[in-house]
Design a protein around this ligand. Structure first.
Ligand code: ADP
Ligand code: MG
Length: 320
Protein backbone atom coordinates (compact mmCIF):
# COMPACT_ATOMS: atom_id res chain seq x y z
CA UNK A 1 0.00 0.00 0.00
CA UNK A 2 1.38 3.41 -0.95
CA UNK A 3 1.29 6.23 1.54
CA UNK A 4 -1.45 8.76 0.85
CA UNK A 5 -0.36 12.34 0.17
CA UNK A 6 -0.37 14.52 3.29
CA UNK A 7 -3.53 16.60 3.43
CA UNK A 8 -5.73 14.26 1.37
CA UNK A 9 -8.93 12.80 2.79
CA UNK A 10 -7.21 9.41 2.93
CA UNK A 11 -4.27 10.82 4.83
CA UNK A 12 -6.67 12.31 7.38
CA UNK A 13 -8.51 9.01 7.78
CA UNK A 14 -5.19 7.20 8.14
CA UNK A 15 -4.18 9.58 10.92
CA UNK A 16 -7.52 9.03 12.64
CA UNK A 17 -7.37 5.26 12.23
CA UNK A 18 -3.88 5.08 13.75
CA UNK A 19 -5.24 6.54 16.99
CA UNK A 20 -8.76 5.09 17.08
CA UNK A 21 -8.16 2.72 19.99
CA UNK A 22 -9.73 -0.70 20.15
CA UNK A 23 -11.62 -3.10 22.36
CA UNK A 24 -12.30 -6.84 22.37
CA UNK A 25 -15.89 -6.22 21.30
CA UNK A 26 -14.86 -4.38 18.10
CA UNK A 27 -14.97 -7.17 15.51
CA UNK A 28 -14.16 -4.75 12.68
CA UNK A 29 -13.34 -1.06 13.09
CA UNK A 30 -12.30 1.73 10.72
CA UNK A 31 -11.49 0.64 7.15
CA UNK A 32 -14.50 -1.25 5.90
CA UNK A 33 -17.90 0.04 4.78
CA UNK A 34 -19.24 -0.24 8.32
CA UNK A 35 -18.09 -1.40 11.74
CA UNK A 36 -18.99 -4.75 13.30
CA UNK A 37 -19.60 -4.63 17.05
CA UNK A 38 -20.41 -7.41 19.50
CA UNK A 39 -23.05 -6.62 22.12
CA UNK A 40 -22.59 -8.20 25.54
CA UNK A 41 -25.56 -10.43 26.47
CA UNK A 42 -28.16 -8.97 28.84
CA UNK A 43 -27.26 -5.40 28.01
CA UNK A 44 -29.29 -2.74 26.18
CA UNK A 45 -27.56 -0.67 23.50
CA UNK A 46 -27.53 3.06 24.34
CA UNK A 47 -27.04 5.48 21.43
CA UNK A 48 -26.70 9.26 21.37
CA UNK A 49 -25.50 11.90 18.88
CA UNK A 50 -24.41 15.51 19.22
CA UNK A 51 -23.05 18.01 16.71
CA UNK A 52 -20.85 21.03 17.40
CA UNK A 53 -20.84 23.75 14.73
CA UNK A 54 -18.25 26.54 14.44
CA UNK A 55 -19.76 29.90 15.38
CA UNK A 56 -22.71 28.26 17.14
CA UNK A 57 -21.17 25.92 19.72
CA UNK A 58 -17.56 27.07 19.69
CA UNK A 59 -15.40 29.95 18.51
CA UNK A 60 -13.95 29.25 15.03
CA UNK A 61 -10.42 29.75 16.41
CA UNK A 62 -10.87 27.19 19.23
CA UNK A 63 -7.80 25.12 20.07
CA UNK A 64 -8.34 21.87 18.09
CA UNK A 65 -7.44 19.73 21.13
CA UNK A 66 -10.13 21.44 23.22
CA UNK A 67 -12.68 20.89 20.45
CA UNK A 68 -11.74 17.20 20.19
CA UNK A 69 -12.19 16.80 23.94
CA UNK A 70 -15.47 18.68 24.13
CA UNK A 71 -17.11 17.06 21.10
CA UNK A 72 -16.62 13.67 22.74
CA UNK A 73 -17.39 14.95 26.26
CA UNK A 74 -20.88 16.17 25.38
CA UNK A 75 -21.71 12.73 23.97
CA UNK A 76 -20.21 10.86 26.93
CA UNK A 77 -22.30 13.10 29.16
CA UNK A 78 -25.46 11.84 27.45
CA UNK A 79 -24.34 8.24 28.03
CA UNK A 80 -23.58 9.14 31.67
CA UNK A 81 -27.09 10.52 32.13
CA UNK A 82 -28.47 7.11 31.07
CA UNK A 83 -26.16 5.23 33.45
CA UNK A 84 -24.44 3.66 30.44
CA UNK A 85 -20.92 2.36 30.08
CA UNK A 86 -19.27 3.91 26.98
CA UNK A 87 -18.11 1.45 24.31
CA UNK A 88 -17.95 2.79 20.75
CA UNK A 89 -18.27 6.01 18.79
CA UNK A 90 -18.27 7.35 15.24
CA UNK A 91 -16.87 10.72 14.19
CA UNK A 92 -18.22 12.76 11.28
CA UNK A 93 -16.02 15.72 10.38
CA UNK A 94 -16.79 18.57 8.03
CA UNK A 95 -13.56 20.50 7.48
CA UNK A 96 -12.83 23.64 5.41
CA UNK A 97 -9.48 22.13 4.41
CA UNK A 98 -7.54 18.89 4.97
CA UNK A 99 -5.05 20.21 7.53
CA UNK A 100 -3.00 17.35 9.07
CA UNK A 101 -1.74 19.52 11.96
CA UNK A 102 -5.30 20.49 12.86
CA UNK A 103 -6.43 16.83 12.82
CA UNK A 104 -3.48 15.78 14.98
CA UNK A 105 -4.38 18.48 17.52
CA UNK A 106 -8.03 17.48 17.45
CA UNK A 107 -7.05 13.85 18.05
CA UNK A 108 -4.86 14.85 21.03
CA UNK A 109 -7.93 16.06 22.93
CA UNK A 110 -10.34 13.46 21.56
CA UNK A 111 -8.07 10.47 22.24
CA UNK A 112 -7.10 11.72 25.71
CA UNK A 113 -10.76 11.63 26.81
CA UNK A 114 -11.56 8.48 24.80
CA UNK A 115 -8.75 6.56 26.53
CA UNK A 116 -9.96 7.66 29.98
CA UNK A 117 -13.34 6.06 29.27
CA UNK A 118 -12.24 3.10 27.17
CA UNK A 119 -14.36 4.14 24.19
CA UNK A 120 -13.16 3.03 20.74
CA UNK A 121 -13.57 5.07 17.54
CA UNK A 122 -15.03 2.60 15.03
CA UNK A 123 -15.93 4.71 12.00
CA UNK A 124 -17.13 8.00 10.66
CA UNK A 125 -17.16 10.29 7.69
CA UNK A 126 -14.84 13.04 6.44
CA UNK A 127 -16.13 15.76 4.11
CA UNK A 128 -15.19 19.26 3.02
CA UNK A 129 -17.39 22.09 4.28
CA UNK A 130 -17.82 24.57 7.14
CA UNK A 131 -16.13 23.31 10.34
CA UNK A 132 -18.49 20.93 12.14
CA UNK A 133 -17.98 17.89 14.35
CA UNK A 134 -20.67 15.28 14.78
CA UNK A 135 -20.22 12.28 17.05
CA UNK A 136 -22.44 9.30 17.68
CA UNK A 137 -21.58 7.53 20.92
CA UNK A 138 -22.74 4.07 21.89
CA UNK A 139 -22.63 2.27 25.18
CA UNK A 140 -24.48 -0.33 27.13
CA UNK A 141 -26.51 -0.56 30.27
CA UNK A 142 -28.02 -3.50 32.11
CA UNK A 143 -31.33 -4.16 30.30
CA UNK A 144 -34.27 -2.59 32.15
CA UNK A 145 -32.06 -0.52 34.47
CA UNK A 146 -31.17 2.62 32.50
CA UNK A 147 -31.49 6.02 34.18
CA UNK A 148 -34.32 7.82 32.41
CA UNK A 149 -35.98 11.21 32.59
CA UNK A 150 -39.44 9.84 33.32
CA UNK A 151 -39.06 8.21 36.74
CA UNK A 152 -39.19 11.14 39.19
CA UNK A 153 -41.75 10.78 42.00
CA UNK A 154 -43.39 13.45 44.14
CA UNK A 155 -41.31 13.75 47.33
CA UNK A 156 -38.02 12.78 45.69
CA UNK A 157 -35.01 14.94 46.41
CA UNK A 158 -33.24 16.72 43.55
CA UNK A 159 -29.47 16.41 43.34
CA UNK A 160 -26.83 17.97 41.14
CA UNK A 161 -23.17 17.05 40.59
CA UNK A 162 -20.29 19.53 40.43
CA UNK A 163 -20.77 23.29 40.35
CA UNK A 164 -23.12 24.30 37.52
CA UNK A 165 -22.73 27.84 36.18
CA UNK A 166 -18.97 27.84 35.77
CA UNK A 167 -19.08 27.30 31.98
CA UNK A 168 -21.71 30.02 31.49
CA UNK A 169 -19.70 32.49 33.58
CA UNK A 170 -16.61 31.78 31.49
CA UNK A 171 -18.58 32.22 28.26
CA UNK A 172 -20.01 35.54 29.39
CA UNK A 173 -16.53 36.84 30.27
CA UNK A 174 -15.22 35.71 26.88
CA UNK A 175 -18.08 37.35 24.99
CA UNK A 176 -17.63 40.61 26.89
CA UNK A 177 -13.88 40.63 26.26
CA UNK A 178 -13.08 40.48 29.99
CA UNK A 179 -10.24 38.40 31.46
CA UNK A 180 -11.47 34.86 32.08
CA UNK A 181 -10.73 32.99 35.28
CA UNK A 182 -8.60 29.93 34.41
CA UNK A 183 -10.65 27.48 36.43
CA UNK A 184 -13.89 28.68 34.83
CA UNK A 185 -12.33 28.56 31.37
CA UNK A 186 -11.33 24.94 31.95
CA UNK A 187 -14.94 24.06 32.80
CA UNK A 188 -16.10 25.58 29.50
CA UNK A 189 -13.38 24.07 27.29
CA UNK A 190 -12.90 20.68 28.94
CA UNK A 191 -16.09 19.56 30.68
CA UNK A 192 -15.91 16.34 32.71
CA UNK A 193 -18.57 13.83 31.67
CA UNK A 194 -19.88 12.20 34.86
CA UNK A 195 -19.73 8.66 33.53
CA UNK A 196 -18.68 6.94 36.77
CA UNK A 197 -21.35 8.80 38.76
CA UNK A 198 -24.03 7.73 36.26
CA UNK A 199 -22.97 4.10 36.60
CA UNK A 200 -23.00 4.28 40.41
CA UNK A 201 -26.48 5.85 40.42
CA UNK A 202 -28.10 2.85 38.69
CA UNK A 203 -30.77 1.51 41.01
CA UNK A 204 -30.57 4.65 43.21
CA UNK A 205 -31.65 7.61 41.09
CA UNK A 206 -35.31 7.64 40.06
CA UNK A 207 -34.64 9.95 37.09
CA UNK A 208 -31.61 11.67 35.58
CA UNK A 209 -30.69 14.25 32.93
CA UNK A 210 -27.42 15.88 31.98
CA UNK A 211 -27.14 19.67 32.05
CA UNK A 212 -26.41 21.03 28.61
CA UNK A 213 -29.03 23.77 28.28
CA UNK A 214 -29.01 25.00 31.91
CA UNK A 215 -29.96 23.46 35.26
CA UNK A 216 -33.55 24.76 35.44
CA UNK A 217 -34.21 24.09 31.76
CA UNK A 218 -32.93 20.51 31.88
CA UNK A 219 -34.64 19.83 35.21
CA UNK A 220 -37.76 21.15 33.48
CA UNK A 221 -37.34 18.50 30.77
CA UNK A 222 -37.03 15.81 33.43
CA UNK A 223 -40.16 17.07 35.21
CA UNK A 224 -42.13 17.22 32.00
CA UNK A 225 -41.23 13.62 31.15
CA UNK A 226 -42.08 12.52 34.70
CA UNK A 227 -45.35 14.49 34.95
CA UNK A 228 -44.24 16.32 38.11
CA UNK A 229 -43.07 19.75 39.25
CA UNK A 230 -39.94 20.85 41.13
CA UNK A 231 -38.86 23.38 43.72
CA UNK A 232 -35.20 24.38 43.73
CA UNK A 233 -33.60 26.24 46.65
CA UNK A 234 -31.17 28.65 45.03
CA UNK A 235 -29.05 29.07 48.15
CA UNK A 236 -28.40 25.31 48.12
CA UNK A 237 -26.81 25.38 44.67
CA UNK A 238 -23.15 24.34 44.97
CA UNK A 239 -20.80 27.26 44.29
CA UNK A 240 -17.31 26.98 42.83
CA UNK A 241 -14.51 28.97 44.40
CA UNK A 242 -14.38 31.17 41.30
CA UNK A 243 -18.06 32.13 41.56
CA UNK A 244 -18.24 32.46 45.34
CA UNK A 245 -17.29 36.14 45.21
CA UNK A 246 -20.21 37.17 43.02
CA UNK A 247 -23.45 38.43 44.53
CA UNK A 248 -26.18 35.75 44.49
CA UNK A 249 -28.46 37.46 41.96
CA UNK A 250 -25.65 37.48 39.42
CA UNK A 251 -24.32 33.97 40.00
CA UNK A 252 -27.77 32.40 40.23
CA UNK A 253 -28.33 33.40 36.60
CA UNK A 254 -25.25 31.38 35.66
CA UNK A 255 -25.82 28.52 38.12
CA UNK A 256 -29.52 28.01 37.42
CA UNK A 257 -29.79 29.33 33.88
CA UNK A 258 -26.41 28.88 32.22
CA UNK A 259 -25.66 25.94 29.95
CA UNK A 260 -22.69 23.83 28.84
CA UNK A 261 -21.94 22.35 32.28
CA UNK A 262 -22.43 18.64 31.49
CA UNK A 263 -23.14 17.87 35.12
CA UNK A 264 -25.89 15.42 36.11
CA UNK A 265 -29.17 16.49 37.67
CA UNK A 266 -31.06 13.57 39.18
CA UNK A 267 -33.77 12.65 41.63
CA UNK A 268 -33.82 10.03 44.39
CA UNK A 269 -36.10 9.05 47.25
CA UNK A 270 -35.10 10.78 50.53
CA UNK A 271 -34.65 7.32 52.11
CA UNK A 272 -31.80 6.65 49.64
CA UNK A 273 -29.87 9.87 50.40
CA UNK A 274 -27.03 8.17 52.30
CA UNK A 275 -26.59 5.60 49.54
CA UNK A 276 -26.59 8.34 46.91
CA UNK A 277 -23.93 10.26 48.81
CA UNK A 278 -21.85 7.09 49.15
CA UNK A 279 -22.24 6.38 45.41
CA UNK A 280 -21.06 9.89 44.50
CA UNK A 281 -18.16 9.61 46.95
CA UNK A 282 -17.18 6.30 45.37
CA UNK A 283 -17.27 7.92 41.92
CA UNK A 284 -15.19 10.82 43.27
CA UNK A 285 -17.80 13.36 42.20
CA UNK A 286 -19.14 16.13 44.43
CA UNK A 287 -22.92 16.36 44.69
CA UNK A 288 -25.52 18.41 46.52
CA UNK A 289 -29.23 18.27 47.25
CA UNK A 290 -30.91 21.33 45.80
CA UNK A 291 -34.65 20.80 46.06
CA UNK A 292 -37.71 18.56 45.92
CA UNK A 293 -40.04 17.06 43.37
CA UNK A 294 -43.60 18.31 43.95
CA UNK A 295 -47.02 17.63 42.46
CA UNK A 296 -48.03 19.75 39.50
CA UNK A 297 -45.78 21.01 36.74
CA UNK A 298 -42.96 23.48 36.13
CA UNK A 299 -39.78 24.30 38.02
CA UNK A 300 -39.88 26.95 40.73
CA UNK A 301 -36.62 28.50 41.91
CA UNK A 302 -36.85 29.98 45.41
CA UNK A 303 -34.51 32.47 47.07
CA UNK A 304 -33.38 32.31 50.69
CA UNK A 305 -36.63 33.97 51.87
CA UNK A 306 -38.68 31.38 49.97
CA UNK A 307 -39.75 33.92 47.36
CA UNK A 308 -39.97 32.79 43.73
CA UNK A 309 -37.07 34.01 41.62
CA UNK A 310 -37.39 34.59 37.93
CA UNK A 311 -34.26 33.58 36.07
CA UNK A 312 -33.32 36.25 33.53
CA UNK A 313 -32.61 33.55 30.96
CA UNK A 314 -33.61 29.91 31.24
CA UNK A 315 -31.57 27.57 29.09
CA UNK A 316 -30.44 27.86 25.54
CA UNK A 317 -32.77 27.36 22.62
CA UNK A 318 -31.06 27.30 19.22
CA UNK A 319 -34.18 28.54 17.47
CA UNK A 320 -35.38 30.87 20.26
P1 ADP B 1 -17.40 4.88 2.51
O1 ADP B 1 -17.18 5.65 1.25
O2 ADP B 1 -17.61 3.41 2.30
O3 ADP B 1 -18.42 5.48 3.40
P2 ADP B 1 -15.10 6.24 3.56
O4 ADP B 1 -14.07 6.33 2.49
O5 ADP B 1 -15.94 7.42 3.84
O6 ADP B 1 -15.99 4.95 3.31
O7 ADP B 1 -14.39 5.81 4.91
C1 ADP B 1 -13.47 4.76 4.95
C2 ADP B 1 -13.38 4.24 6.35
O8 ADP B 1 -12.91 5.27 7.21
C3 ADP B 1 -14.74 3.79 6.93
O9 ADP B 1 -14.50 2.68 7.76
C4 ADP B 1 -15.17 4.97 7.74
O10 ADP B 1 -16.01 4.58 8.81
C5 ADP B 1 -13.83 5.52 8.23
N1 ADP B 1 -13.84 6.98 8.46
C6 ADP B 1 -14.00 7.98 7.55
N2 ADP B 1 -13.94 9.19 8.14
C7 ADP B 1 -13.74 8.95 9.47
C8 ADP B 1 -13.61 9.77 10.60
N3 ADP B 1 -13.69 11.11 10.53
N4 ADP B 1 -13.44 9.18 11.81
C9 ADP B 1 -13.40 7.85 11.90
N5 ADP B 1 -13.50 7.00 10.89
C10 ADP B 1 -13.68 7.55 9.66
MG1 MG C 1 -18.64 2.16 1.42
Amino acid sequence: MTASPAGSEFDLIARIRARAGTRDDVVLGIGDDAALLAMPPGMALVVTADTLNAGVHFFPDVAPADLGWKALAVNLSDLAAMGASPAWCTLSLSLPQADPAWIDGFLDGFCDLAARHGIALVGGDTTRGPLSVSITAMGHVEAGHALRRDGAQVGDEIWVTGTPGDAAAALQSLLSGAAVDRALRARLDRPTPRVEAGRELLGLASACVDISDGLLADLGHLCQRSGVGAQVQLEQLPVSRALAGFRPQLRWAWQAGGGDDYELCFTAAPTRADEVQAALDFAGVPGARIGRIVAGQGVQALDAAGAPWQAPRVGYDHFG
